[in-house]
Design a protein around this ligand. Structure first.
Ligand code: BTN
Length: 248
């Protein structure tokens, strides 16, 4: 099978926005096509947050995909993306990456990267998605002023230079492989793999969504990728919200 293209830009507003725009303009994209940039002037995180995107340091990566199962599969898709990225980092550099539901990558309790899945046009049968990945490779000095939470980067964690071209090729390959499998088999086969890497497994957490907050113990994910919380001995699944550790 032929490899989908990888486009490289120097500076762009947001690699996700660029691919979303291409879709809006009706440009035909190949599944698995990737856009990376050296810097983003308007990098976007989840929940309308900015994503710190300095030049030449990190990875700003977006990939086009099409969900044949339709929009209801989007939750599972974003977890599968996290698993694929974790697998690449584990296989290539033996890094013990953990995942925070629904789509953060952690290394030793610090954020290493994040995933932003955006849905473009949809019909009942299928839906276009742009999968954005921001991965910290070598954060510049003074990053703490720009980032509001503890962070990790690959260069410090490994004490070696990271070849970003190699990383992009490995990620594209692994993502296409896993997403093809996900398209055929759905999320159920990934539940165990996710639970093994779950950063918050067994922890007492708070899930907030709008003004609502729910407290419970993390009990893994369900067959759709929903978060299962154990609330006073009752298991309940959730499909949205922001998770945080409950402080003692
Ligand atoms: C998060 O943890 O909040 C998700 C961060 C996603 C950042 C990436 S960087 C490449 C792509 N383009 C964007 O504007 N955002 C994503």
């Amino acid at each position: 099978q032929q490899q989908a293209p990888v486009w490289v830009q120097s500076v762009t507003d947001s690699t996700n926005s660029q691919l979303m725009q291409k879709l809006k303009d009706g440009v035909g994209l190949e599944k698995g096509a990737v856009l990376v940039a050296e810097a983003q002037t308007a990098g976007r995180g989840r929940r309308g947050k900015q994503w710190f995107s300095p030049f030449g340091c990190n990875l700003y990566f977006s990939m086009y995909w099409q969900l044949e199962q339709g929009i209801q599969a989007a939750m599972g898709l974003s977890l599968v993306v996290g698993l694929a990225v974790a697998k690449v980092l584990q296989q290539q550099w033996q890094l013990p990456v953990r995942l925070k539901w629904p789509n953060d990558l952690y290394l030793e309790h610090k954020k290493l990267g994040g995933i932003l899945v955006e849905l473009a046009g949809q019909t009942h049968a299928q839906c276009d998605v742009v999968i954005g990945l921001g991965l910290n490779i070598r954060m510049p000095d003074q990053t703490d002023k720009a980032v509001d939470q503890p962070w990790a980067d690959l260069t410090s964690a490994l004490g070696q230079h990271i070849d970003r071209n190699l990383l992009v090729a490995l990620l594209q390959h692994q993502l296409v492989l896993e997403l093809q499998q996900f398209s055929q088999q759905g999320f159920a086969g990934y539940v165990q793999a996710f639970n093994l890497l779950d950063q918050f497994a067994g922890e007492q957490v708070t899930l907030s969504s709008g003004s609502q907050t729910i407290t419970g113990f993390c009990a893994g994910v369900d067959a759709q990728g929903g978060l299962v919380l154990d609330i006073n001995g009752q298991k309940q699944s959730f499909y949205g919200g922001e998770l945080s550790l409950r402080k003692a």
